[in-house]
Design a protein around this ligand. Structure first.
Ligand code: ZN
Length: 218
C-alpha cells in the first residue's frame, strides 16, 4: 500500500524549494525534506536548509553527495572558478552542476520508496530555467518513467513551479503564508549571501526582478 499522505521534498534551502516545502506542507500530513551535501562553496546553504526545517518542524535528512563535486567541479563548488555573470551564448552556464537533478531525484526516489511514499516534490522550473537542461519538464517526465521502471514502482514527481516564473513563485509563497520565511531565511545567491543576497550574481538578479514585480502589485 502506498502512502499518499506523505511526500518527500528535494530541499536546497533556496527560494524555490522552500516554496515547494510550504506547498507540500499544506497538501500532505507529513513531509520529509532531503538536502544534499555536494561540497557547495557555501556551507551556509545547508545551514539555511537546517534552520528552515527547524522553524517549520519538518524532518530533515542531509545526504552526502560529495562524489558529485569530485566528478564535475563547477563554479558553485570551487573557489577558483568564478560564476558567470551572464548566461553564455551557447552551452550551459558554469554554475550548472552536471547531472545534479538526475542524481538527486534518483536518491530521493530510493528514500521515498523505502518509506512507501510515491510523491516527490521538486522546485524545478522551465520558465526561469537559466539554461539548465535538467530543469525541463521533458526531463522530469522522462526520469519519472525511468524511476518507475527501475524500481517497479509508481512514483509521482510533482513540480509545482514548472510553469511559473519568479514573480509568481513569490506570490505563491505569500499565498502559502511563507513570504517572510522565503525572503529572510533562504539562500539563492551564488555568492553565499542570505536573504536578498549580493544583488550582483545571476541568481540574485533573477530573484530580485521577480520580487520587485510582485511587490509592485502585492
Ligand atoms: Zn548573489
Amino acid at each position: 500500500m502506498k502512502n499518499k499522505n506523505e511526500a518527500v521534498v528535494v530541499f536546497s534551502g533556496g527560494q524555490d524549494s522552500t516554496t515547494c516545502l510550504l506547498w507540500a506542507m499544506k497538501k500532505y500530513d507529513k513531509v520529509y525534506a532531503v538536502s544534499f551535501d555536494y561540497g557547495q562553496r557555501h556551507v551556509l546553504e545547508l545551514e539555511c536548509a537546517k534552520e528552515i526545517c527547524k522553524k517549520l518542524n519538518v524532518e530533515h535528512t542531509i545526504m552526502d553527495m560529495s562524489l558529485l563535486n569530485q566528478l564535475a567541479p563547477n563554479s558553485l563548488t570551487r573557489d577558483d572558478i568564478e560564476v558567470d555573470k551572464d548566461a553564455p551564448a551557447e552551452g550551459t552556464p558554469n554554475s550548472f552542476v552536471e547531472g545534479r537533478n538526475m542524481v538527486f531525484l534518483t536518491f530521493v526516489a530510493i528514500f521515498a520508496k523505502v518509506r512507501g511514499i510515491s510523491d516527490i516534490i521538486t522546485g524545478v522550473s522551465q520558465s526561469d530555467f537559466s539554461g539548465y537542461p535538467d530543469c525541463r519538464d521533458v526531463f522530469i517526465k522522462s526520469l519519472n518513467t525511468t524511476l518507475n521502471l527501475a524500481m517497479d514502482y509508481d512514483f509521482d514527481i510533482i513540480t509545482p513551479l514548472m510553469w511559473i516564473d519568479k514573480e509568481e513563485t513569490w506570490e505563491l509563497s505569500d499565498k502559502l503564508g511563507g513570504f517572510d520565511i522565503v525572503r529572510e531565511m533562504t539562500l539563492t545567491c551564488y555568492n553565499g549571501v542570505k536573504g536578498d543576497g549580493c544583488g550582483e550574481c545571476p541568481a540574485c538578479k533573477l530573484r530580485k526582478k521577480g520580487l520587485d514585480a510582485y511587490l509592485k502589485r502585492r
